[in-house]
Design a protein around this ligand. Structure first.
Ligand SMILES: [Zn+2]
Length: 163
């Protein structure tokens, strides 16, 4: 999944959302992006904040570019959170399965707590996997809230560009 290597420059591109065409008949939405490379060299350590002017609309866009070690650590953190989420799922549902016996033995009924923990673990697992898949050590527009007019995007594998 994160077989993408961390190079001296970010691999992800920034995109300007040029148009959204929706076709009700075919039940699809076509988004047209203009993609540009993020031409900011990674610092030796820590991170660097720089602004680029959008190649389509000229709006200044601020990017935070992490060093190679920091970007790798960020990926490790998401992987760690995904594992934590999975562990919470197993723990929560294992305790949930036992909760009947606990109650029979006179213990408190914590089944709701364990059920919630299991559900929370599932959410954490998928959230962390999604973040891991999108982690290139770059923070920019759209990183937190998905696509607005600008966003970050992996270039298509195989080198096709634009569209
Ligand atoms: Zn733009």
């Amino acid at each position: 999944m994160s077989s993408r290597t961390v190079g001296p420059y970010p691999t992800q591109h920034y995109v300007h959302l040029a148009s959204i065409e929706s076709s009700f008949l075919r039940n699809e939405v076509r988004k047209t992006f203009h993609a540009y490379p993020i031409d900011i060299r990674r610092p030796e350590r820590g991170y660097r904040v720089e602004a680029l002017e959008c190649g389509t609309c000229g709006q200044p866009l601020a990017f935070t570019v992490l060093s190679i070690p920091s970007a790798k650590r960020a990926r490790m953190r998401w992987a760690g959170l995904a594992l934590l989420g999975m562990a919470t799922v197993f723990l929560g549902f294992a305790r949930l399965a036992e909760s009947d016996q606990v109650v029979h033995a006179g213990g408190p009924d914590l089944s709701a707590v364990w059920g919630l923990a299991g559900m929370g673990g599932i959410l954490l697992f998928f959230y962390a996997l999604m973040k891991l898949a999108g982690e290139d050590g770059v923070r920019g527009p759209g990183w937190f809230f998905g696509y607005g007019k600008h966003g970050l995007r992996w270039p298509p594998r195989g080198g096709r560009e634009g569209a």
